[in-house]
Design a protein. Structure first.
Length: 86
């Protein structure tokens, strides 16, 4: 079954065309909720705009989702040292 949570796909149309996406929730037979590597905010998408891949991941594993979508982990902000303020 292609319409299932955790299915990896590629956006064919729209602002995120060509980027990988992961299905977060199935709304009905025509719409799913997805996140992509370019925009991590969950949003509704028509299934006609997606090309489903033969790959499925666990969406609860954030590290795996980020790796699949190509999202790099954020670096911690370090305050400048006292020596650098000269």
């Amino acid at each position: 079954m292609l319409l299932e949570t955790g299915r990896v796909c590629i956006k064919k149309y729209g602002r995120d065309a060509g980027s990988r996406a992961v299905v977060v929730k199935v709304i009905d037979d025509r719409f799913v909720s997805i996140i992509t590597g370019t925009r991590q905010k969950e949003r509704k998408c028509n299934t006609r705009h997606l090309e489903f891949l033969n790959e499925k991941i666990d969406i609860n594993d954030k590290a795996l989702v980020n790796k699949t979508l190509g999202i790099k982990p954020k670096e911690e902000h370090k305050p400048p040292s006292a020596k650098a303020k000269r």
